[in-house]
Design a protein. Structure first.
Length: 338
């Protein structure tokens, strides 16, 4: 059976010109705002990488990247951005200043890297969906030593990494599982079923709670990171493709693709306290809301609307859409530097 997400991603490119809520042209120049820094956007349909200036709301630079880039991550010193080349077998690294490519790290035949984390320790970690594995890339800007760890699961898609770098967790769409992978002792991975098509994953800053969103279950789960026991199942909006935590740790948020909305969850109680409407339900299929990302101060949340070529900037406190930024080439993975 063809999944809902496959149908959504098969929409014609004409959809990218659909109007936004309220009738405003989706491609109209965004208004200037007193927001510093830049937003980096992986254009998975256009094979591009873009840098959007947050103050002006306009594209500063767009470059050719690699085949079907999905997720991306910025280095701890904010000098580089790494791109997972889902249509190929490499992780490519670019300078954030001018988007010049500085290195390409080959992960082997059929790797199809997707999820990516640039850890505070300076190392990169990426899933290799086509190899049913993850990679630890040590010293990515130097010798770039790569270490591969099998998940043994189908569709190893997104990942989280422990603050101390000892463990990683993956969501495995095809196997409907979450895996715990020991990066230091190489013990056999532990995998458990969590809902239908678990995809989104996020580890709390203290490493005590693993959050997972299962898109076909319309639910988020709080897991014990070490045992993978489900502590709580939380009903969300429809098709929660991603989950993230606010930097303050007080709320978890899911990106509910089929609703064009966000479910806001009290991280302590697990209660959905409100829903933020980013677009109408009627527009949801035309926009294909995917990745969500908080600003470093937790005041704004950025929402990638892939087939509309836009990134919605939302005020978290009020839930108001402040503006829509360019998301050229089918923006999916996003990262922010302020």
């Amino acid at each position: 059976m063809v999944s809902r997400i496959a149908l959504l991603l098969a929409l014609p490119l004409a959809v990218a010109c659909a109007p936004v809520a309220g009738g405003e042209d989706a491609l109209a120049p965004p208004q200037k705002a007193s927001v510093p820094g830049a937003l980096f956007v992986a254009g998975k349909f256009g094979n591009t990488l873009s840098k959007v200036d947050l103050a002006s709301g306009s594209v500063a630079i767009t470059v050719d990247s690699c085949a079907n880039p999905h997720e991306l991550a910025t280095s701890p010193d904010a000098a580089h951005v790494a791109l997972a080349c889902y249509g190929g077998q490499s992780v490519d690294v670019f300078r954030t200043s001018d988007l010049a490519k500085v290195t390409s790290i080959d992960l082997g035949d059929g790797a199809r890297p997707h999820g990516i984390v640039w850890h505070a320790n300076g190392d990169l970690y990426a899933t290799a969906e086509g190899r049913r594995s993850i990679f630890w890339i040590r010293d990515p800007l130097g010798e770039a030593d790569t270490f591969e760890y099998a998940s043994g699961q189908d569709g190893t898609h997104m990942l989280a990494v422990a603050p101390n770098g000892n463990h990683a967790w993956t969501t495995n769409l095809g196997s409907r599982t979450v895996s715990l992978i020991d990066l230091k002792t190489r013990r056999a991975p532990r995998s458990v079923e969590v809902g239908e098509e678990p995809e989104g994953i996020w580890l709390s800053d203290d490493g005590e709670t693993l959050w997972v969103s299962a898109r076909k279950s319309d639910a988020a789960f709080k897991l014990d990171p070490q045992t993978l026991a489900v502590r709580q199942r939380i009903a969300t909006g429809r098709f929660p493709l991603r989950v993230t935590l606010r930097p303050q740790g007080d709320y978890a948020v899911t990106s509910d693709l089929a609703d064009g909305a966000l479910s806001v969850i009290d991280s302590a109680s697990g209660e959905v306290v409100r829903t933020i409407v980013v677009s109408s339900v009627e527009e949801a299929m035309e926009r294909t809301q995917v990745t969500i990302l908080f600003s470093p101060d937790g005041e704004r949340i950025y929402v990638a609307e892939t087939t509309a070529n836009t990134i919605a900037e939302v005020d978290f406190a009020s839930g108001r859409v402040l503006r829509r930024l360019p998301g050229e080439g089918g923006g999916d993975g996003i990262a922010i530097i302020e």
